[in-house]
Design a protein around this ligand. Structure first.
Ligand code: ADP
Ligand code: 5GP
Length: 186
């Protein structure tokens, strides 16, 4: 029988993780998206309990103390964490997709070695900046801050199980679908 897999999708900010994850979940009813906790403010259009659970710093720290996160990290002055119960409850009935940063992904693998790590990479560094500007959710200063992190994240790709280039969106989604299909049979 095919097993349910925990898939981690990582990659630098602006590479297209959110876009790929959303379409993947829409098209594959077996795949459920995990919802992370964050202390950052919601962006316009984001809904609590849909994109993230938006919580304050004290609540976040309590959850860290109570070992409530499968992994957590801090970036851009905000904290992000994957709620353990949420993920393992979902894994009973579905494949679960985590959309988290590279260090988070590596922490997940340490805590749950069956996790499948996929890194989404851009066709070029210039293209990722173009996408972030086009998305229009961050100031130029914040985009530049995020650009500095891109190289750091890309350098860790060898630690991931799979690397998928997000040039043509449909091709990237198909590749991720194939990886999940294959991993479910192992
Ligand atoms: P991330 O979640 O990794 O930060 P997003 O999914 O928000 O990235 O994508 C950043 C921007 O790039 C969005 O405007 C999105 O529409 C666009 N985008 C995503 N994938 C592609 C692609 N394959 N080709 C061109 N633009 C893309
Ligand atoms: P954003 O603020 O753009 O939604 O996310 C910023 C970064 O936080 C992205 O790289 C995203 O992948 C990462 N992130 C989101 N949720 C989590 C999480 O639960 N854990 C970790 N480690 N990173 C996360």
């Amino acid at each position: 029988m095919n097993k349910n897999v925990l898939v981690v999708l990582s990659g630098p900010s602006g590479v297209g993780k959110g876009t790929v994850a959303k379409l993947l979940v829409e098209r594959n009813k077996n795949v459920a998206l995990s919802i992370s906790c964050t202390t950052r403010q919601p962006r316009v259009g984001e809904v609590d309990g849909r994109e993230y659970f938006f919580i304050d710093k004290n609540t976040f720290n309590d959850k860290v103390k109570n070992q409530g996160f499968l992994e957590y990290s801090e970036h851009f002055e905000n904290c992000y964490g994957t709620p353990k119960d949420f993920v393992f409850d979902k894994l009973e009935t579905n494949d679960v997709l985590l959309e988290i940063d590279v260090n988070g992904g590596l922490q997940v693998k340490k805590n749950y070695s069956d996790a499948v790590l996929i890194m989404l990479v851009p066709p070029s560094v210039e293209e990722i900046k173009r996408r972030l500007i086009k998305r229009g959710t961050e100031s130029e200063e914040k985009i530049n801050l995020r650009m500095e992190r891109i190289e750091y994240e890309l350098n860790k790709k060898d630690l991931y199980d799979y690397v998928v280039v997000n040039d043509d969106l449909e091709t990237a989604i198909k590749e991720v679908e194939e990886i999940i299909k294959k991993e479910k049979q192992q």
